[in-house]
Design a protein around this ligand. Structure first.
Ligand code: SF4
Length: 465
C-alpha cells in the first residue's frame, strides 16, 4: 500500500492505534495527486443550486456550467428554475477583449425570459484570470431590473471546495435582512445545510412541525429567495453539514444575534439528538416541547427497529468504507453501520477539519484507516487491503467501487433515496442490504479466489472471457 501513497500525503493518512493521532488536513490538494475534491466554483454551485426561484448564471466557458448542470437531486415543491444551467459560454475573443458585455446581455435576456426572484452570477477560473468586474455588471443589471443580482466570487483556482462554500454563504448573506419578519413567531428556526435531496428537507420540516416549530427558511434545499431574505427573523439556526453553511450561521449570529446549533439528520442517535437539541433550546418558551419530541421519537423508533433487526441478520460482520464530502456525515454513518452489525474500516472526507478528525478518530475502531483528501489510487488500495463489502461515497467514488467489485451506496448529492430522518435510516439499511447481499459480487475475479462458494461460478466467467 505504501508505494501508492505520495510522500507529501503521508501525514494525511492515519491508522487508528498506530501511534498518537495526528492528521494533517484543511490544506491545498497536492498537485498531480488527482484529488477527489471539486473546485471552488463547484463548491459554491452545490450550495446555491437548490434555490429554486433564482437564476443561476455561470460566467465562464461552457465546461464549467456543464460540469455542474443539475448537479444535485435537490427537489423543489414549486419552481424549478434551478434545474436549468445558464452560461455565458466565454470564447477566445472574450478572453482577449473581456466578457463583461456578454455577461450583461445574458443577464438582461435571462431575467426578461424567466422572471427570477434573484440572480446568482458565478465567477469561474477564466474570469478570475481576465479580471471581469462582476460586481459592477451585477450592480448595473440589478438597478435596471429591480431584483438582487449577486456576484459569487468563486474562481475555481483560488482554493478548495471549502472556499466555494464561503463564497456561497457571502452571496446569500447579501439577501438577509431585506425581507419582512413581522409574522414570524417565537418558535421558529431556519434549516441550514440541507439540500432536500430526494425530498429530505420535507421529512425534517415535518418533524419540526410535529414539535410545534415553524421553519422560516430552507437553506438551501427547496429554497426560496423571499424566505432567505426574512431568515433573520427566526429564533434559531439549525446547521447540518458544518462545512457548507457554518460560515453563514456565524455571520447571522454576528449581525442578527441568532444562535445556532450543529446537528446531523443521519442515523438514529444523531437524528433523535438533533430534535432533542432543538427541543431543549425552545423548552423555556414551550414547556411541553420536550415531551412532544420524546413522543415523536418513540413513535418513529417503534416502526424503525423491527425493520433494522431483520436486515441486520444478513449484514452482521460485514465491512464498510466511507469517503464523504464533510466529516459530519462520517460520524453518523459509523453509528448507523453499528446498528446493522457492520464495522467501518476506512473513514475519510474531502474537507474535514482538525476538530472533525479528532472526533472521528475517537469513534473509529482500532485499525481503521482515517484519510483526508484522498485520491482514487489510495482509495482503491485501501478498499483492496481491507476487503470491504460496501463503499459509501459520491459520484466520483462509485466507479472505484464497481471496478473493484465492491457494493456501493451513494450518500452524496446525486442520490435519489432519502437517507435523512428515521425513515431515511430504514432506506439506508435497505440500500446497504441490497448492494452488500447482491450475488453479483461472487463473480468478481479478485474475490473469486478467496471465496470457495464463488470459485465455480467465477471459473465459468473466466472461461467465457
Ligand atoms: S471554475 Fe475552473 S476548475 Fe472549476 S470547473 Fe471551471 S475551469 Fe474547472
Amino acid at each position: 500500500m505504501s508505494e501508492l501513497i505520495f510522500e507529501e500525503r503521508a501525514d494525511q493518512i492515519h491508522v487508528k492505534g498506530e501511534g498518537p493521532f495526528k492528521l494533517a488536513c484543511n490544506r491545498e490538494s497536492l498537485a498531480g495527486a488527482v484529488s477527489q475534491r471539486a473546485c471552488v466554483f463547484c463548491g459554491s454551485r452545490v450550495v446555491l443550486y437548490p434555490i429554486a426561484d433564482a437564476l443561476h448564471l455561470v460566467h465562464g466557458p461552457i465546461g464549467c456550467a456543464a460540469y455542474t448542470w443539475d448537479i444535485r437531486g435537490a427537489l423543489s415543491s414549486g419552481p424549478e428554475l434551478h434545474r436549468l444551467s445558464f452560461s455565458t459560454d466565454l470564447q477566445e475573443t472574450d478572453v482577449i477583449f473581456g466578457g463583461e458585455k456578454k455577461l450583461e446581455a445574458a443577464l438582461l435576456e435571462l431575467i426578461d425570459r424567466h422572471a427570477p426572484k434573484a440572480a446568482f452570477v458565478y465567477s469561474t477560473c477564466i474570469v478570475g484570470i481576465i479580471g471581469d468586474d462582476l460586481q459592477a455588471v451585477c450592480k448595473k443589471v440589478s438597478a435596471a431590473k429591480g431584483i438582487p443580482v449577486i456576484p459569487v466570487q468563486s474562481e475555481g483556482f483560488k482554493g478548495n471546495k471549502r472556499e466555494g462554500y464561503l463564497a456561497a454563504c457571502k452571496a446569500m448573506f447579501t439577501l438577509m435582512g431585506t425581507g419582512d419578519t413581522s409574522d414570524i413567531g417565537p418558535l421558529s428556526l431556519n434549516i441550514l445545510g440541507d439540500f432536500n435531496l430526494a425530498g429530505e428537507i420535507w421529512i425534517i420540516r415535518d418533524y419540526f412541525r410535529r414539535m410545534g416549530i415553524e421553519t422560516v427558511a430552507n437553506i438551501t434545499g427547496d429554497g426560496r429567495v423571499g424566505d432567505i431574505a426574512r431568515a433573520h427573523g427566526a429564533a434559531l439556526n439549525v446547521v447540518q453539514c458544518s462545512g457548507s453553511t457554518m460560515d453563514l450561521a456565524k455571520m447571522m449570529k454576528e449581525k442578527f444575534g441568532i444562535p445556532f446549533v450543529k446537528v446531523s439528520y443521519f442515523g438514529i442517535e444523531d437524528m433523535a439528538e438533533a430534535l432533542y437539541t432543538v427541543a431543549r433550546f425552545f423548552k423555556d418558551k414551550d414547556p411541553n416541547m420536550l415531551e412532544r419530541t420524546q413522543e415523536l421519537v418513540r413513535e418513529e423508533l417503534a416502526v424503525l427497529y423491527p425493520r433494522l433487526q431483520e436486515l441486520r441478520r444478513d449484514l452482521e460482520g460485514k465491512k464498510a468504507a466511507i469517503y464523504v464530502g464533510g466529516a459530519f456525515k462520517a460520524f453518523s454513518l459509523i453509528k448507523a453501520f453499528r446498528h446493522l452489525g457492520m464495522s467501518v474500516v476506512i473513514a475519510g472526507s474531502q474537507t474535514g477539519t482538525e476538530e472533525d478528525y479528532e472526533e472521528l478518530a475517537q469513534i473509529c475502531d482500532p485499525g481503521t484507516i482515517i484519510v483526508d483528501d484522498a485520491n482514487p489510487l489510495e482509495l482503491s488500495a485501501f478498499l483492496k487491503e481491507k476487503d470491504v463489502d460496501i463503499f459509501v461515497g459520491g459520484v466520483k467514488e462509485r466507479p472505484i467501487a464497481y471496478k473493484l467489485g465492491v457494493g456501493f451506496c451513494d450518500h452524496n448529492h446525486e442520490r435519489k433515496e432519502a437517507l435523512e430522518g428515521f425513515v431515511g435510516m430504514v432506506n439506508f439499511a435497505l440500500e446497504v442490504h441490497r448492494t452488500v447481499m447482491s450475488p453479483v459480487w461472487r463473480f468478481v475475479p479478485r474475490r473469486a479466489g478467496n471465496r470457495p462458494d464463488a470459485s465455480l461460478a467465477c471459473g465459468s466467467v473466466e472461461e467465457r472471457s
